[in-house]
Design a protein around this ligand. Structure first.
Ligand code: AMP
Length: 123
C-alpha cells in the first residue's frame, strides 16, 4: 500500500526553513541536525530531503541518488562529530511497533559514550 506523506510534519517544516534546527551537515539529498531531546552526549538526526515516511517507503521508492545520498550523509556526519572512532550507533524507527514519532524518515546517530548492547530482551 502506498504511504501517504504528511507535509505538515516537523521535519518537513525544518526542511522548508519554517522552524530552526542546529544543522550539522547538508547535501543535495540529506540534512542532519542535533536532536532536540538528546538521548546520548551526541545525538544527531539524518534525514532525506525527499518526502518519505519511513525506511520502508524510502527503500521502495527513493532514487539511487537519494539512497546513496542518505547513506553517505550518515557516514559523513559520524565523522564530522568525531564518532567514527570509538564508534556509534545508527538507528531508524520504522512504524508503529518501533514507536516512530515523526513521520519523515530519520536516522538517529548516537555517540559520545559507551552505548551498551543493542537492544533489551523484549517480552
Ligand atoms: P522517532 O521516535 O524515531 O520518530 O524520533 C523522533 C525524534 O525527533 C526524537 O528523538 C525527538 O527528540 C526528535 N525531534 C522532535 N522534534 C524535533 C525538532 N524540532 N528538532 C530536532 N529533533 C526533534
Amino acid at each position: 500500500m502506498a504511504k501517504t506523506y504528511d507535509t505538515g510534519n516537523i521535519f518537513a517544516r525544518i526542511l522548508r526553513g519554517e522552524i530552526p534546527c542546529k544543522k550539522v551537515y547538508e547535501s543535495d539529498h540529506a540534512l542532519a541536525f542535533h536532536d532536540i531531546n538528546p538521548q546520548t552526549p551526541t545525538h544527531v538526526l539524518v534525514i532525506p530531503k525527499g518526502p518519505y515516511v519511513d525506511w520502508d517507503h524510502f527503500s521502495a521508492e527513493a532514487s539511487e541518488a537519494e539512497i546513496a545520498g542518505l547513506i553517505r550523509a550518515a557516514g559523513e556526519v559520524a565523522r564530522l562529530v568525531g564518532a567514527a572512532e570509538p564508534g556509534y550507533r545508527v538507528l531508524s524507527n520504522c512504524g508503529e511497533a518501533a514507536h516512530q514519532e515523526v513521520p519523515h524518515l530519520h536516522l538517529h546517530i548516537f555517540a559520545g559514550r559507551d552505548l551498551g548492547r543493542m537492544i533489551g530482551k523484549g517480552e
